[in-house]
Design a protein around this ligand. Structure first.
Ligand SMILES: NC(=O)C1=CN([C@@H]2O[C@H](COP(=O)(O)OP(=O)(O)OC[C@H]3O[C@@H](n4cnc5c(N)ncnc54)[C@H](OP(=O)(O)O)[C@@H]3O)[C@@H](O)[C@H]2O)C=CC1
Ligand SMILES: N[C@@H](CCC(=O)N[C@@H](CSC=O)C(=O)NCC(=O)O)C(=O)O
Ligand SMILES: [Zn+2]
Ligand SMILES: [Zn+2]
Length: 376
């Protein structure tokens, strides 16, 4: 048993004191887990565009000061009273969509949006309404129920997926968000069939994972659409058959794609978070049956629009959170798929750095150069 059990742990964390300011590396105090909670030593974390979105002040739920981060991999340090599904030493991935197994969402086969702790999680506190983090005498908020930008974090038991001990944490941390999301958007939310045509807007980690899913589903053509043509090489490596930069055309991308595909695509995915590309993705779907899936998270106040006629004439507009995966059940399975070489993770890692350089990781993400993963 670790000698930290039951005690406050002092460790390093990247604290977001306010929106639009760089993260600050601080010594923080992490309280022991209460009943039904798990304290995790985070070994690796990655950055996701959603961390930048919240830090940028675009999240209507964003509150500060906070410890961001939601793509982590770690080892259970200690557990609170009544925790039975994990124990100290287990390798785990924290989950921003929990799975209680009992709420009406968990019992419904068509959603993964467990509702058990959504209200407190959205307020940045644990289910009992309090925080486990303090810094310089001030309370810090949790983020997405995970707060992986800290060497130690505390999460509810229902927000932890136990993975195989041989699964490398520097890789499977990516299953905490972007890769699972893009891959699941294809396999769960859209249910892409063999031989169909697909298109994805935005070739960050999420968009590349969409391409990986489309390839796994047996799509006949996979269109990769981005305004940054330097992304096309990796898109092709993941399985894109056609790369299109809307800036190369003097007509709307909807029209370009309709001409290239005899009327439009069977499935489209928006992985940017821009309401204009969400509209373009919907309108690039084939009349009568095309389905478009919104993955990107748009800034506070933004709304989507299209002519209702687009839906009247048979297109479907859907969205996905965490790729529709029921999280505790699915993340261990995805980790096994990685270990069996059925799912790529290594190829998504562009940089490895230390926690001290986290602001550089955010800069690289803003420059469109990275999927970052670092160790502590
Ligand atoms: N629904 C869910 O559960 C989840 C949603 N997300 C959301 O998904 C989105 C994608 O995340 P991530 O892959 O990390 O993001 P990235 O920023 O890495 O990728 C987005 C890509 O889109 C490109 N792009 C920007 N504007 C346009 C445009 N107008 N037309 C075409 N391409 C464009 C960017 O180019 P450049 O780099 O040059 O800017 C970049 O290549 C984000 O909104 C994120 O918040 C993420 C995870 C889970
Ligand atoms: N807090 C925001 C919405 C942010 C959001 O949509 N988050 C996604 C995951 S994005 C991961 O990188 C999500 O799963 N949402 C489901 C949920 O219940 O939050 C807002 O208030 O608009
Ligand atoms: Zn994310
Ligand atoms: Zn539930």
């Amino acid at each position: 048993m670790a000698d930290t059990v039951g005690k406050v742990i002092k460790c390093k964390a990247a604290v977001a004191w306010e929106a639009k300011a760089p993260l600050s590396i601080e010594e923080v105090e992490v309280s022991p887990p209460k009943a039904g909670e798990v304290r995790i030593r985070i070994i690796y974390t990655a950055v996701c565009h959603t961390d930048a979105y919240t830090l940028g002040g675009h999240d209507p739920e964003g509150a500060f000061p906070v410890i961001l981060g939601h793509e982590g991999g770690g080892i259970v340090e200690s557990v609170g009273e009544g925790v039975t599904s994990v124990q100290p030493g287990d390798h785990v991935v924290p989950l921003y969509i929990p799975q209680c197994g009992d709420c009406k969402f968990c019992r419904h086969p068509r959603t993964n949006l467990c509702g058990k702790i959504r209200n407190t999680q959205g307020k940045g506190v644990m289910p009992d309404g309090t925080s486990r983090f303090r810094c310089n005498g001030k309370e810090l908020l949790h983020f997405m129920g995970t707060s992986t930008f800290s060497e130690y974090t505390v999460v509810p038991e229902i927000s932890v997926a136990k993975v195989h001990p041989d699964a490398p944490l520097d890789r499977v941390c990516l299953l905490g968000c972007g890769i699972s999301t893009g891959y699941g958007a294809v396999l769960n939310t859209a249910n892409v069939e063999k031989g169909t045509t697909c298109g994805v807007w935005g070739l960050g980690a999420v968009g590349l994972a969409v391409i990986m899913g489309c390839k796994a589903a047996g799509a006949s053509r996979i269109f990769a659409i981005d305004i940054n043509s330097s992304k096309f090489e990796s898109a092709r490596a993941f399985g894109a058959t056609d790369c299109v930069n809307p800036a190369d055309y003097d007509k709307p991308i909807q029209q370009v794609l309709a001409e290239m595909t005899d009327g439009g695509l069977d499935y489209t995915f928006e992985a940017i978070g821009n309401v204009h590309t969400m509209r373009a993705a919907l309108e690039s779907c084939h009349k009568g049956w095309g389905t478009s899936v919104v993955i990107g998270v748009a800034a506070a106040g933004k709304e989507i629009s299209t002519r209702p006629f687009q839906l009247v004439t048979g297109r479907t507009w859907k969205g996905t959170a965490f790729g529709g995966w029921k999280s505790r059940d699915s993340v261990p399975v995805l980790a096994e798929r990685y270990m069996n070489k059925e799912l790529k993770l290594d190829e998504f890692i562009t940089h490895t750095m230390s926690l001290e350089n986290i602001n550089e990781a955010f800069n690289l993400m803003h420059e469109g150069k990275s999927k970052d993963c670092w160790d502590y």
